[in-house]
Design a protein around this ligand. Structure first.
Ligand SMILES: C[S@@+](CC[C@H](N)C(=O)[O-])C[C@H]1O[C@@H](n2cnc3c(N)ncnc32)[C@H](O)[C@@H]1O
Length: 289
């Protein structure tokens, strides 16, 4: 599913604001695994799907096409890795400015991300969607770093979908450290693989601001980022920092090979501890295969 940014740029002409959007995604493999592989060109994919055999082109022509496709896919994979690294190594404010200036790059990022996610046996966003479906449909939800807004598209709840860029009027384009949501206005705040910026604690502080007392905070993160054996943060320190912000850990689902999912609840009455000792969350960088 390669895309070059120029082509994508022709498709989308938009800026941040409160509305605009893209297509969704899913994820990868062990830790932050492989970058997108040389995806077959869409015409080739369509042909394969339809069970067609490629009309016998001249051997030389076919070779040239396949070489070009491989080169394009490699460029696209490299572009994705670069954008992914950027998101993990800059602040949310810088990421917002970056994509505001070149919103078409957001599609490049999400095409690569989707490619990665297609390799994960289970998508954390689906686990979260199922959790929401099994709870109160009248709860208001805020999906921080919503990607393709899969949550909003799959549940009956009112969902505020938030991301850096949007081409969908239902998605709020902003740096999620500063959302336009009212204080104590949502019942569930979700971060599904979206604690990417170097200032990730400020996203959680914002979630704390908009959550009602007893509201739920669901965080899915790439397993390796919270595994001290692979250079990740200590998950207990991570939970402890969030407790100091004013939450109680209700449960932690570590059954999945690729991600961990934390379920916190905001305390009825709480005041965040000053100078919380936040652990560092290492970037999830994808290796070139
Ligand atoms: C890895 S994707 C996950 C998307 C979606 N939650 C899912 O599970 O499919 C992380 C998303 O968080 C968004 N994001 C990262 N930092 C952000 C910020 N400071 N403000 C808003 N969105 C942000 C990225 O743009 C990206 O769409």
């Amino acid at each position: 599913m390669e895309q070059d940014s120029a082509a994508v740029g022709r498709k989308r002409r938009r800026r941040g604001g409160a509305a605009n959007r893209r297509k969704t995604s899913s994820s990868s493999q062990e830790a932050c695994p492989a970058a997108p592989q040389a995806a077959a060109p869409s015409s080739e994919k369509r042909r394969r799907k339809a069970g067609e055999v490629a009309a016998a082109p001249k051997a030389k022509g076919r070779k040239t096409t396949s070489l070009l496709d491989k080169m394009r896919a490699r460029l696209s994979g490299g572009h994705f890795r670069m954008l992914n690294e950027k998101l993990y190594t800059c602040s949310g404010e810088d990421a917002f400015e970056y994509f505001k200036n070149e919103p078409e790059l957001f599609d490049v990022y999400h095409a690569g991300y989707q490619e990665q996610m297609s390799r994960w046996p289970e998508q954390p966003v689906n686990v979260i969607i199922n959790w929401l479906k099994s709870h109160n449909k009248s709860w208001t939800v805020a999906d921080f770093g919503c990607g393709s807004a899969a949550v909003a598209k799959n549940v009956k709840n009112k969902v505020f979908s938030i991301d850096l860029v949007s081409d969908d009027p239902s998605v709020i384009a902003c740096d999620m450290a500063h959302t336009p949501l009212e204080p104590s206005s949502v019942d569930v705040a979700i971060f599904c693989l979206s604690l990417m910026g170097t200032n990730f604690p400020s996203y959680l502080q914002e979630a704390n601001r908009v959550l009602k007392p007893s509201g739920w905070l669901l965080i899915a993160e790439v397993r390796s980022r919270l595994d001290p054996n692979t250079g990740g943060a200590d998950p207990d320190k991570f939970s402890e920092a969030i407790s100091q912000l004013g939450f109680s850990l209700v449960s932690k689902d570590a059954n999945n090979k690729m991600f961990v999912l934390f379920y916190f609840r905001k305390k009825e009455k709480s005041k965040a501890v000053d100078n919380i000792d936040w652990p560092q969350l290492k970037p999830c960088l994808y290796k070139r295969r």
